[in-house]
Design a binder for this molecule. Structure first.
Ligand SMILES: Nc1ncnc2c1ncn2[C@@H]1O[C@H](COP(=O)(O)OP(=O)(O)OP(=O)(O)O)[C@@H](O)[C@H]1O
Length: 825
């Protein structure tokens, strides 16, 4: 079957597909077409990586649009949203408009209404539904990419509930769910009332095996000799072997998966010596340039270390990198310039980076919950292995695990090579997930009674999979109780309604528990001295959240820190063209005028760092003493009641929040990025992650304080602005001007230009003088200032209001509100 056999696609599309080289549909694609995917039928496609799932989705979406409908493509990661949007934009020449959901809610509402295909993360879609985006009602086709992630306890429930809501809004909705091969795709299909397309077929042969001794032993019984030299590591031998083999003029690149950031960096440094010996002069020159680009991203050791590896042809990849680092590395790897990437598993879940050889070096990972190194799931290892084989470039892919003894080899064959992947299981019936989704479900009118709520929840995978209504009802009742006690919901004569604050919390995309913590903290701050006014609202945190990372064990990669979407990504201000100085008060500097001297930025940073919406920094060994000292030195500043030192988990949690708050305070005190990365043992990507989350949570706190009429609004706003711009109070006005940023603002300030009004009046020579010694960037500032000049007045942006339904900048993987990072340093 070929594209031109389909009559459902817009004119010209079949020919374009064929021109792209899609002459015949791959077997799973043909199966999906036969099951009606181009005619509006719902389909679950559970097929291996690189077997053409995206085209199945495109056939569904393009046919839906051709029938006059509208399609939504839901991705799990923001980096993927940009990638998919770019991919789908090739259909614009056939009259299909493509949009990615970004910017604030208002602009999304109007603009997206006119798009035919919209790409968004599940959290963003959830937020749009909560905020009543009207175009959601017009959807006729929804694609859920990587639907096996419903199994993820953090993000799975959102996807599950969002799909349930979309199907409830539009009962004829076509749902196309794309999944890795999982054990129970039939259950997912049952849940979605969809046809099942299940297949092991791959366009490129994938050989899986285990390296032991001097050879790789493959699943088909064959062996490939890869001797390991004296003093050499297995991984180095495998990377060298792939690179030394030329097939059709192509040498083989490798992806090496390891279990921690430190291991990724260490392995990349070692493997750089292997790749360096195998570069030609042109490659060397191109890599030197790339290394310079990487150094230019940020002024940190991480940046330098990465550049040092890259100039030799290797790289590391993990969530501590800035998003610019990650995309430079990914692009260079796709261009075959970088020969080897050592990555944490987050890359396997992320963007498209195939390699001829995949080496899964570490198959165990530190797991705080179980207190030790635990084997990875089969599904996760299969996802990594599936990255092997570059379509059109390699005749086959090889995925290799490593064993030092025969027993381990046997275990690896059992566990990963022969094994079927696990079943996916809904994680919905847990309090943290239901707390937020029950509130949102009531607040957006999907249910008005307990029974209505349970009926709605009956449409989720959890219900369809387990049939365990009792458990769902039990957790729902507990959650309802919590929401009522905390004034987010009211229950009268069996009717449930969201309170004003309940609506706000739902729209702000906050975990209700975060909102309760913030409101309590602010109230106590106002009552200051009321240190014993602890309320029943405060959560008792699950043990694993406060777990101290064993020094010997590495800090595990945190999914949420790894670029997966959190509420902070839904904040509107993904750029620095903030011109709302005027909105901050007449002098534009948002100076705090609260009567209460005890409310400090540190106290506020600590408050938001304690909420379940912030992923705190881990305490390393020695940190406890450091932060205990700081706790006692600044005891007056904390908002809320500190646990006693004997409440181990709560106390560690409090100190971890303090460490996180201190990072934010350092950032807002204009400390350089490299000093911060060094001091806290984090990467530049982590600083951005914390800053974005803090900005979002403080924006939410401001809105809550406003609504509850708490006299802390200005304090909160100032703390938010300081973290947003990374500057001291006196620079808030200047740093908000587009193109200025924290460092330039400081230089201007030192040169006597202290406000945006003065900047507007300053002549060129003054501004240049202010930036003496930074000629390289002065020009840019001037240009930016010049461009900004006429519109500098009157352009308002209400960040907190727009936090309501809004998305981060999709141009920036980290959704950073700080375009100033790196750019201007
Ligand atoms: N029928 C086809 N004929 C030739 N090439 C195809 C066909 N279908 C898809 N391809 C190409 O195969 C490659 C892999 O496809 P795609 O990225 O859709 O796989 P996938 O299953 O979505 O992978 P992943 O699981 O990694 O997201 C793409 O380059 C795509 O253009």
């Amino acid at each position: 079957m070929r594209p031109s056999d389909l009559s459902t696609l817009p004119d010209g599309v079949p020919e374009a597909l064929e021109a792209e080289g899609i002459e015949e549909f791959y077997p799973p694609q043909a199966d999906a077409v036969e099951k009606g995917v181009a005619d509006g039928a719902s389909v679950v496609a559970s097929v291996p990586t690189a077997s053409g799932k995206t085209l199945i989705a495109e056939l569904a979406m393009l046919s839906a649009v051709q029938r006059g409908g509208k399609a939504l493509y839901i991705v799990p990661l923001r980096a993927l949203a940009s990638e998919k949007k770019t991919e789908f934009e090739r259909w614009e020449e056939f009259g299909i408009d493509v949009g990615v959901s970004t910017g604030n809610y208002q602009s999304d509402g109007e603009w997206l209404a006119s798009r035919d295909i919209i790409v968004a993360t599940s959290e963003k879609v959830d937020s749009l539904v909560r905020n009543g985006a009207p175009w959601v009602n017009d959807l006729t086709c929804v694609v859920a990419d990587e639907v096996h992630l419903v199994d993820d306890s953090g993000r799975g429930p959102t996807l599950e509930v969002t799909l349930a809501k979309l199907r409830r809004i539009n009962r004829d909705l076509q749902v196309v769910a794309l999944s890795a091969t999982v054990g129970n795709a039939d259950e997912v299909a049952d849940w979605l009332d969809a046809e099942l397309v299940e297949s092991d077929w791959r366009p490129i042969d994938l050989k899986m095996g285990v390296h032991y001794g001097n050879a790789i032993n493959f699943d088909d019984g064959s062996q490939r000799e890869v001797p390991v030299g004296k003093g050499q590591k297995q991984t180095a031998a495998l990377v060298a072997d792939a690179l030394d083999e030329e097939i059709d003029g192509q040498r083989g690149s490798s992806l090496v998966f390891v279990n921690s950031r430190r291991n990724a960096e260490g392995a990349a440094k070692r493997l750089a010596d292997v790749t360096a010996d195998r570069l030609d002069p042109d490659e060397r020159a191109a890599l030197e340039e790339l290394a310079q680009d990487i150094r230019d991203v940020s002024d940190t050791d991480t940046s330098d270390d990465l550049a040092d590896c890259v100039r030799k042809g290797a790289a590391f990849h993990h969530a501590g990198l800035a998003s610019e680092h990650r995309s430079l590395v990914e692009d260079a790897f796709r261009d075959r310039l970088v020969k080897c990437i050592c990555a944490t598993p987050t890359l396997a879940a992320g963007v498209n980076t195939p390699a001829r050889r995949v080496v899964v070096r570490d198959w165990k990972r530190y797991d705080g919950e179980f207190g030790g190194m635990q084997p990875l799931d089969t599904l996760e290892v299969h996802q990594m292995m599936g990255r092997a084989g570059r379509p059109g470039l390699d005749p086959y892919g090889e995925a290799v695990l490593l064993a030092r003894d025969r027993d381990t080899m046997d275990e690896l064959f059992e566990r990963y090579v022969w094994a079927e992947p696990e079943d996916v299981r809904s994680k919905l019936a847990a309090e943290p997930a239901l707390r937020t989704h029950v509130l949102a479900t009531v607040a957006s009118g999907f249910a008005t009674t307990r029974e209505g709520l349970l009926e709605f929840l009956d449409r989720t995978l959890y219900a369809s999979q387990t049939g365990d209504d009792a458990r769902l009802a039990e957790v729902t009742d507990r959650v309802l109780e919590y929401l009522v006690v905390n004034d987010f919901l009211e229950r009268e004569d069996g009717t449930l309604t969201a309170t004003g604050i309940g609506h706000t919390v739902s729209r702000l995309y906050l975990d209700p528990m975060s909102a309760a913590e913030i409101v309590d903290g602010l109230r106590e701050g106002i009552d200051s001295g009321g240190a014993d006014a602890v309320t029943a609202n405060r959560r008792s945190r699950p043990a694993e959240d406060g777990e101290v990372a064993d020094d010997a064990a590495e800090i595990p990669e945190d999914a949420a820190d790894a670029g997966f979407v959190t509420g902070s990504d839904l904040v509107a201000d993904g750029d620095t063209d903030d011109t709302d100085g005027d909105a901050d008060g007449a002098d534009g500097s948002a100076s705090a005028d609260s009567d209460d001297p005890t409310i400090t930025p540190l106290g506020l940073y600590h408050l938001v760092a304690r909420t379940p919406d912030m992923y705190q920094l881990y305490l390393k060994s020695g940190d406890r003493e450091t932060y205990e000292e700081q706790f006692y030195a600044r005891e007056d500043e904390f908002l809320g009641h500190a646990p006693s030192e004997f409440e181990d988990v709560a106390w560690e949690d409090w100190l971890a929040a303090l460490k996180t708050a201190r990072l934010l305070e350092d950032w807002a005190s204009e400390l350089d990025e490299d000093v911060i990365t060094e001091r806290y043992g984090v990467g530049p990507g982590d600083i951005r992650g914390k800053v974005d989350t803090a900005e979002w949570l403080l924006g939410a706190a401001e809105q809550l304080a406003n609504e509850l009429d708490l006299d802390v609004v200005l304090d909160v706003r100032e703390a938010k602005k300081r973290v947003e711009y990374g500057v001291g109070e006196e620079l808030l006005d200047l740093a908000g001007v587009r193109g200025v940023g924290r460092k330039r603002a400081r230089r201007l300030f030192e040169a006597g230009i202290e406000t945006r009004a003065e900047l507007r009046e300053a002549d060129k020579s003054v501004v240049l003088g202010a930036l003496r010694g930074r000629e390289k960037t002065a020009e840019n500032v001037l240009q930016a200032v010049g461009r900004q000049d006429p519109s500098m007045d009157g352009v308002e942006k209400d960040a907190t209001a727009s936090a309501a339904a809004t998305a981060g900048s999709d141009a920036d993987d980290d959704g950073s509100g700080q375009a100033t990072f790196g750019d201007f340093s």
